[in-house]
Design a protein around this ligand. Structure first.
Ligand SMILES: Cc1cc2nc3c(=O)[nH]c(=O)nc-3n(C[C@H](O)[C@H](O)[C@H](O)COP(=O)(O)OP(=O)(O)OC[C@H]3O[C@@H](n4cnc5c(N)ncnc54)[C@H](O)[C@@H]3O)c2cc1C
Length: 533
């Protein structure tokens, strides 16, 4: 069989593409996914995502290189390895980002990617079935709901922020986005609504769409400067599928650049040292790695939190509530959002808060629940400026690449995160929290000066599970793909996923990854239609 389109990766963007490209029965579409089926409790019930993470069956669990900007600490980066990709194991936050983010993308030379041009694609993604906000589209594939049954401590977070000068704003995905709110999530009645749920499952019985799970892509086959197929391993065999239309790489910010490199597209020296023949030398492949640097500000509380209930009895309690009302702690982890300007002269929020009515910690093995009752207010820098990279470590296409975040290399990120952390501290010391908060747990009273905060960040800051930018879209020398998402130097090959992001936006990345899938599909279909006529 020869395919019209081969899509690599059934994640947020890949599921959208599989649906849109196979909507025309004349298109024969092959979707290759390394992971397996998403029919698991740990995926359907949002809070159980902690179990889908750190599980090699559903999480890539990429180890990082020691980060010199964070005292050489290492960490494990979770990425979904299952139908739905990271949208199947994420925390279900739905955050679009703001006008400034996407207008900036357009200003960088990416025609067609301004806020006004992307807004119709957000609407196309969204289905505001539970009436959560007028800001959303009404008939898209992804259901957006307010989370249900939030703890009292989360409502206190909104009061606390209001008390120190930040308004409540339930419409935080429309302009102006600034304010604090109960989380809007990609859920319907407490069940995760992933890209697989919204896009892939409704299309999977189409005769012209073939989905292969357990298909681990090695490389793209390039002949005469053109992508003509994909080589992958499945059931212990190495196979090649060929394609007359386009190969579309949607393996996300860590594996997309790695697959390009194994296909001969990337920094010549790295390819040569792995014994890979360079087809297109491009130093930019794998560079521009971005994250939302985050830290924790935590306070002990005098009421029970999920920390004391992270056991069998707690499971029964939360499980029963879930069964009866599809609400409560089984359906979320963090439950309050804040988008805040740390300085009034800024045009857009430079900090996003995740508020959790529980306390957990980053460890080099992932996130762990604490034993004592506490709440956690976590700021992250929105449009961060630190840059890291992905590099080939091995000639083995299945070995993980080197991942270097350099997460606190830019002083702007450090200063902004410190400002955000100080605001978080003020919120936890507000009158609203006073009856409940018994003391600061992290960073603790010893941390006061800028230098002390910086030392705290270097020892404690982590990412927000939002790596992106490693196959940057642009028109400059640092670009890997054009604004049409075509890989520079190779025909019939595009990258369509969060790796094309030129500058990380102000929000969690699932929404924009879905939009990248929608816009990518539109561009591919329009070109195909033009070619037919
Ligand atoms: C734990 C966690 C929590 C998060 N929380 C949120 C949140 O609450 N809200 C939010 O908006 N964002 C969140 N994110 C981020 C967001 O989900 C991702 O940024 C987004 O889903 C990325 O979409 P993508 O299409 O780029 O890649 P992905 O969705 O990661 O998809 C990539 C797909 O490609 C497949 N693949 C990779 N390599 C190969 C290969 N060699 N062969 C075959 N298949 C391959 C993968 O298995 C995967 O299915 C979170 C992410 C994680 C991991």
């Amino acid at each position: 069989m020869t395919w019209d389109f081969i899509i690599i990766g059934a994640g947020s963007a890949g599921c959208v593409l599989a649906n849109r490209l196979s909507a025309d029965p004349l298109h024969k579409v092959l979707l290759l996914e390394a992971g397996g089926n998403d029919n698991r409790f740990a995926i359907k019930i949002p809070a159980l995502a902690m179990r889908a993470m750190n599980n090699p069956e559903t999480d890539w669990m990429f180890p990082t290189d020691p980060d010199p900007t964070r005292n050489n600490r290492t960490e494990i980066v979770p990425r979904g390895r299952v139908l739905g990709g990271s949208s199947s194991i994420n925390a279900t936050w739905y955050v679009r980002g703001n006008r400034g983010d996407y207008d900036h993308w357009a200003e960088l030379g990416n025609r067609g990617w301004s806020y006004d041009e992307l807004l119709p694609y957000f609407y196309k993604v969204e289905r505001n079935r539970d009436g959560v906000s007028d800001a959303y589209g009404k008939s898209g594939s992804i259901i957006i709901s307010e989370i249900r049954g939030v703890p009292k401590l989360t409502r206190l977070f909104l009061d606390a922020m209001e008390e120190i000068g930040y308004r409540k704003n339930a419409s935080f995905n429309a302009e102006p986005t600034e304010g604090v709110a109960i989380l809007h999530s990609t859920q319907h009645r407490g069940i995760r609504w992933s890209a697989a749920t919204g896009y892939l499952h409704p299309a999977k019985s189409r005769a012209n769409l073939k989905i292969l799970t357990g298909a681990l892509v090695r490389r793209i086959v390039i002949e005469n400067g053109m992508a003509v197929g994909v080589e992958f391993d499945m059931d212990g065999r190495t196979l090649v599928e060929r394609c007359t239309g386009e190969v579309i790489l949607s393996a996300s910010a860590i594996n997309s650049p790695k697959i390009l490199m194994h296909s001969g597209i990337g920094p010549h020296e790295q390819l040569a040292s792995a014994g890979i023949r360079t087809i297109v030398g491009n130093e930019a492949v794998g560079r521009n790695l971005q994250e939302h640097p985050a830290c924790q500000v935590k306070a002990f509380v005098n009421v029970r939190t999920a920390n004391q209930e992270f056991n069998v009895l707690g499971m029964i309690k939360y499980g029963s509530r879930f069964i009866v009302s599809r609400s409560g702690q089984a359906t979320f982890s963090y439950s309050g959002i804040g988008l805040v300007r740390t300085r009034p002269e800024l045009a857009y929020p430079d900090i996003q808060y995740h508020f959790g009515a529980f306390s957990s910690s980053y460890t080099d093995q992932g996130i762990r629940m604490e034993k004592e009752a506490a709440v956690n207010l976590q700021p992250n820098v929105n449009c961060s400026r630190s840059r890291g990279y992905i590099r080939l470590k091995s000639a083995d296409p299945f070995a993980p690449p080197g991942i270097q975040f350099n997460m606190l290399s830019d002083p702007y990120d450090c200063e902004t995160l410190i400002a955000g952390a100080r605001i978080a501290r003020s919120a936890l010391r507000s009158k609203a929290f006073a009856p409940y908060v018994t003391g600061e747990c992290k960073p603790g009273e010893d941390v006061q000066t800028d230098d002390e905060w910086l030392a705290y960040l270097r020892e404690n800051a982590g990412g927000s599970f939002h790596p992106c930018g490693t196959c940057k879209m642009g028109t400059d020398a640092d670009a890997v793909v054009t604004p049409e998402l075509k890989v520079i130097g190779v025909d019939r090959l595009r990258v369509v996923d969060s790796s094309i992001i030129p500058q990380i936006p102000s929000g969690n990345l699932n929404a924009i990854s879905l939009v990248i899938g929608e816009k990518g599909a539109d561009m591919i279909l329009a070109e195909r239609a033009r070619a037919r006529h």
